[in-house]
Design a binder for this molecule. Structure first.
Ligand code: SF4
Length: 160
C-alpha cells in the first residue's frame, strides 16, 4: 500500500515494526479471524485475544533482549505476505483517536519515513491513502488506537 513511497527492500532490511518491546507492545497489529487461523495453523502455540471485533496477540514471553517478535515474522519476512494486517500495510502511518476525533499520525520509530519532509508525508495521504484508511476504520474500528504521546498528527478526519 505504501510501495510508491516506501520500498520493499528498505523494509526487508529493517523489520523494526515487527518486533516490540514492553513500551510499544500496544503497537502489535490487529488481526482478522482468518489471519489468526493462518498463523495458528503453522504456529499452534500462538495465543490471541479479542479486541473490538478483531484479535491481538497475547504477548506472554519476551526474549533475552526483552523483545517480542510477531509470530508471523519469519527469516524471509512476513509469512502473511500481501495479506498482512491492514495495520502493517499502512505502517508507519497509524490511525488514532485524538480527543474524540480520528486522525492519522506517524510512528517516529520508522526512521526512513520519519526523515521525509512533512509535505511529502501529507501529500501521499491526500493522494488517496487517507481516504482508504478512514474508510477501512469505518468497518474495522478496532484498528483505531488511543492517541499516544509522541506521534505527530499529520491529518485529522474531515468534519462532516
Ligand atoms: S503481521 Fe507481518 S508485517 Fe505485521 S508485525 Fe507481524 S510479521 Fe510484521
Amino acid at each position: 500500500m505504501l510501495k510508491k513511497i516506501l520500498s520493499g527492500e528498505t523494509c526487508a532490511k529493517c523489520r523494526l515494526c515487527c518486533v516490540f518491546d514492553r513500551y510499544d507492545i500496544w503497537e502489535t497489529p490487529v488481526f482478522t479471524q482468518e489471519l489468526c487461523e493462518r498463523i495458528s495453523a503453522e504456529k499452534p502455540d500462538v495465543r490471541f485475544m479479542p479486541k473490538d471485533g478483531g484479535y491481538i496477540l497475547r504477548a506472554e514471553e519476551f526474549d533475552e533482549d526483552q523483545l517480542f517478535r510477531c509470530p508471523a515474522l519469519t527469516d524471509t519476512g512476513c509469512m502473511l505476505g500481501d495479506d498482512k494486517p491492514f495495520d502493517c500495510r499502512i505502517w508507519p502511518y497509524r490511525i488514532m483517536n485524538v480527543g474524540g476525533r480520528r486522525a492519522i499520525t506517524i510512528a517516529s520509530i520508522c526512521e526512513e519515513m520519519y526523515a521525509r519532509p512533512l509535505s511529502q508525508l501529507t501529500e501521499f495521504l491526500k493522494e488517496g491513502l487517507a481516504a482508504t484508511i478512514f474508510a477501512y476504520a469505518d468497518s474495522h474500528p478496532e484498528i483505531v488506537k488511543p492517541y499516544y504521546e509522541g506521534y505527530p498528527v499529520l491529518m485529522f478526519e474531515p468534519e462532516e
